[in-house]
Design a binder for this molecule. Structure first.
Ligand SMILES: *[C@@H]1O[C@H](CO)[C@@H](O)[C@H](O)[C@H]1NC(C)=O
Ligand SMILES: *[C@@H]1O[C@H](CO)[C@@H](O)[C@H](O)[C@H]1NC(C)=O
Ligand SMILES: *[C@@H]1O[C@H](CO)[C@@H](O)[C@H](O)[C@H]1NC(C)=O
Ligand SMILES: *[C@@H]1O[C@H](CO)[C@@H](O)[C@H](O)[C@H]1NC(C)=O
Ligand SMILES: *[C@@H]1O[C@H](CO)[C@@H](O)[C@H](O)[C@H]1NC(C)=O
Ligand SMILES: *[C@@H]1O[C@H](CO)[C@@H](O)[C@H](O)[C@H]1NC(C)=O
Length: 383
């Protein structure tokens, strides 16, 4: 007597699991108005909408994130030509045989992923790759092929691929640094803002000539190297004194590699065990010292103008000299500005009503050098 009910309950449970964790079927939608997302089978990765920032409930980004850890770290965002797609409240994403379409509540298209081949279904994989699959089980679109600032194990960057840093820790708009292939070499360059012109590179993977690089690989085990066709050894390790050999264990740790918003390419680890101490740890990074490795005539280094940079706890720290303060109080990488007015009117006592010699003072700053990048200099601007 009990068995029909029992099966009924089982099948309802099963249906719910399929809805949440299974393949994303055609005509499925997600909206910014609810908190739904498409999860990977293990629940470790999610695809869906995230608020643009903590305080903004009116705009969202389409993203993939680690869903089991408390940080809910974002590893991918939808972009158009390197510009973050900002979806107003009420927008929705829909899967059809044509692909993915992100539209506003008025029906305006904001972003699409439209492969040449008809799509049968989509899936958020446990690797963090969201894929669209055709009838014969070929991936016809993969988020892994459109990385933003982060690579995950099993994801590689091909010769035309780039990583672009975000603008700041909490601002996912396209930022000030880029990692890319130039011939056989991985380079990193500052970007002019807002034109995104690449300035001189501050890091090179120094792949020997004739090695014929094919990609930057983040392998299943968690190692990262440039894959080449050289007969004497196909893997070239990124050169750098803070890029050591590691004991890796991807069963115990999540790994990710991110071009951080201050221009450092860093491999991080995070324990999978939710009872272990949470948070991402720095494993290794390049370049050695971002404060002195950016030596371009253009741009203003990692800290912005009128500031100085030092490495603290393996990260750059930006400070303002005496008499200056941060241009944007919430962004230490946004440069500094004078705390006092400057100009002939000041010198003539017209502004502060004091003698010129009382307006200015000298202050000694020890152990600091501004070798280049004295001022922000932007290209391509003529004035
Ligand atoms: C969505 O989920 C997040 C994380 O669990 C929570 O902070 C937020 O308040 C939720 N938003 C809505 C509209 O339910
Ligand atoms: C968000 O709001 C809080 C409290 O109003 C404020 O302290 C914080 O600076 C805001 N954060 C951003 C990113 O605007
Ligand atoms: C699926 O995509 C692959 C690769 O593009 C293609 O070779 C195959 O014919 C496609 N299958 C169908 C049913 O279109
Ligand atoms: C992020 O930074 C860009 C560049 O300064 C700015 O235009 C944009 O408004 C910022 N976005 C948010 C959400 O603060
Ligand atoms: C590298 O590419 C060049 C030009 O395409 C080719 O002549 C050379 O044989 C290649 N070398 C290797 C090791 O594949
Ligand atoms: C491979 O190694 C041999 C012996 O050290 C050397 O003669 C040869 O030039 C190397 N070839 C390449 C493509 O690096």
């Amino acid at each position: 007597m009990a068995s029909p009910n029992f099966f009924y309950i089982i099948s309802i449970l099963f249906l719910q699991l399929v809805l949440v964790f299974g393949n994303v079927t055609l005509s499925s939608t997600l909206s910014t108005n609810n908190n739904n997302s498409w999860l990977s089978p293990s629940g470790e990765f999610a695809f869906g909408f995230r608020q643009l920032n903590k305080n903004n409930t009116n705009f969202f980004m389409l993203a993939i994130w680690y869903n089991k850890i408390s940080d809910k770290t974002i590893v991918w965002t939808a972009q158009n030509d390197n510009n973050l797609v900002q979806a107003p409240k009420g927008s929705q994403i829909q899967l059809t045989s044509g692909g993915l379409t992100l539209t506003t509540s008025q029906g305006d298209s904001l972003w699409t992923a439209q492969p040449n081949n008809a799509v049968s279904y989509g899936t958020m994989l446990d690797t963090g790759n969201f894929v669209l699959v055709n009838k014969t089980s070929t991936f016809v679109w993969e988020s892994f092929n459109f990385p933003t600032d982060t690579l995950l194990p099993k994801q590689s960057l091909d010769l035309s691929g780039t990583l672009t840093s975000r603008f700041s820790e909490t601002n996912f708009s396209s930022g000030r640094f880029q990692l890319y292939f130039n011939g056989d070499n991985i380079l990193m360059s500052p970007l002019a803002w807002p034109t995104q012109l690449r300035y001189d590179s501050y890091y090179s993977s120094n792949v020997p000539e004739n090695y014929n690089s094919s990609s930057l690989v983040f392998d299943e085990l968690g190692d990262i190297y440039v894959e080449t066709n050289n007969i004497n050894g196909t893997r070239v390790k990124p050169p750098g004194k803070n890029w050591g050999d590691l004991v890796l264990d991807s069963k115990l740790y999540y790994y990710r590699a991110t071009l951080d918003y201050y221009g450092v390419f860093t491999q991080y680890s995070h324990p999978r065990d939710i009872n272990a101490k949470q948070g991402w740890s720095i494993m290794r990074y390049v370049p050695d010292d971002i404060c002195i490795d950016i030596r371009s005539d253009f741009g203003s280094g990692t800290c912005g103008y009128n500031s100085y940079c030092s490495i603290e706890n393996q990260r750059p720290s930006c400070k303002c000299p005496y008499g200056y303060s941060l241009t944007d109080q919430s962004n230490q990488f946004g440069g500094c500005q004078l705390n006092f007015p400057l100009g002939c009117e000041v010198d003539n006592g017209e502004v502060l009503n004091v003698k010129p010699e009382e307006v200015y003072e000298y202050s000694v700053v020890e152990g600091v050098d501004w070798p280049l990048s004295d001022y922000e200099r932007l290209q391509p601007y003529s004035q």
